[in-house]
Design a protein around this ligand. Sequence first.
Ligand SMILES: [Cu+2]
Length: 117
Amino acid sequence: MKNNLKSFLCSIALIIVLSIGVSAAEKQKSETVTIQTSAVCESCKARLEKKVKAVDGVEEALLNLNNKKIKIKFDPSKTNAVALREVIANTGYDADALTKNAEAFEKLPMCCQKPMK
Ligand SMILES: [Cu+2]
């Protein structure tokens, strides 16, 4: 009986330790956002992924040229979707409803410049 109580208390302690571990892991959980861009070619893809990956807190950035959407995995304690859209706009590309920065757009190679809307 004494042994039973001991193992019962041990399992309770284990459950508490485990649940603390899980909630700590959830706090650091990264978020993913998908942003519609105006990328044109492979060079746009490389440029955008490089710029976005340079942002502190960004873990992954992958642009799909078929639909021009960039999927970004980031640490929400370091950056957010609004800041990431700004980085894309400041690189010269539209980011969802955010319009590209005109100056940055003009610095892009000609092949990457889609007509301004
Ligand atoms: Cu391009």
